[in-house]
Design a protein around this ligand. Structure first.
Ligand SMILES: Nc1ncnc2c1ncn2[C@@H]1O[C@H](COP(=O)(O)OP(=O)(O)OP(=O)(O)O)[C@@H](O)[C@H]1O
Length: 240
């Protein structure tokens, strides 16, 4: 496995007016590794992903993807992003959204069709986004995020709104999609199946890093992983 760093966040401070969302956040992810970004509500997970996509700028500190700034054209080509509550173009159809994003990315629309089939979206091909259920909108957003086969994938709650069979399909697709992944989620079963490593943040700082095996070893034999993570978050609250 490469030791090259694909995602690097160094000493980032990010404020929204009087609210400090990130307060010296530092972590790095080697290329080829899959990380879950965990933390309680308001910890700064979405803000971190938006900074990594170049949608927000840090007040201080730096964010690099493969050593480049996130807004670099080269970075745009190799990254995929699924925002929380993603909103494809509402007045356009599923087909038009896919064709539009394919054109922007300079790829052939056929690259998306396999994922469209796997997610059972073909029957909604001509539906306007505004006519889709939340779950089908989420499926379309996943297609738009990964149709160019990004090598680095950033996702905010990827399984929101999806039924259980679709969650399984998405986990399978995502496991094969990107080599480097950072996934923010509250669903531990998802985090554990998509990723091997955990970065836990609270108050805009990293409070714990480790693997899923480390977490399991911290609990009783029969203790659900959610319970161990919740304890860890409580213990780490305000530290870091
Ligand atoms: N646009 C904004 N304006 C003002 N404050 C914001 C804005 N976006 C986020 N915040 C604040 O920044 C902090 C971090 O928010 P962020 O959305 O990054 O957390 P999160 O870990 O993704 O939370 P959740 O798990 O609830 O989605 C919170 O205190 C939040 O209220």
């Amino acid at each position: 496995m490469s030791s090259e760093v694909c995602i690097e966040v160094s000493n980032v401070i990010k404020r929204y007016g009087a609210v400090t969302a990130l307060s010296g956040l530092t972590f790095s992810i080697p290329c080829g590794q899959k990380f879950a970004l965990l933390g309680p509500n308001g910890a700064g997970k979405s803000t971190t992903l938006k900074l990594l996509m170049g949608f927000l700028k840090p007040d201080s500190g730096s964010v690099k993807i493969k050593g480049m700034p996130p807004y670099d054209v080269e970075v745009r080509k190799i990254t995929g992003y699924l925002p929380e509550n993603a909103q494809p173009y509402r007045t356009m159809s599923v087909k038009d959204n896919i064709q539009y994003v394919a054109a922007l990315r300079g790829i052939d629309v056929t690259q998306a069709l396999e994922i469209v089939e796997l997610l059972d979206l073909k029957k909604y091909w001509n539906y306007k986004v505004s006519q889709l259920s939340q779950g089908n909108m989420q499926k379309l957003s996943i297609v738009l995020a990964i149709m160019h086969r990004p090598s680095i994938l950033l996702m905010d709650e990827p399984l929101n709104y999806l039924d259980i069979p679709t969650q399984e399909a998405v986990i399978e697709i995502l496991s094969k999609t990107a080599s480097t992944m950072l996934v923010s989620t509250h669903i531990m079963s998802v985090a554990g199946r998509l990723t091997d490593n955990i970065i836990m943040i609270n108050g805009g700082q990293v409070v714990w890093k480790g693997t899923f095996s480390d977490i399991r070893e911290m609990g009783r034999e029969d203790e659900p992983i959610e319970s161990i993570v919740a304890k860890l978050m409580r213990e780490m609250h305000g530290t870091g």
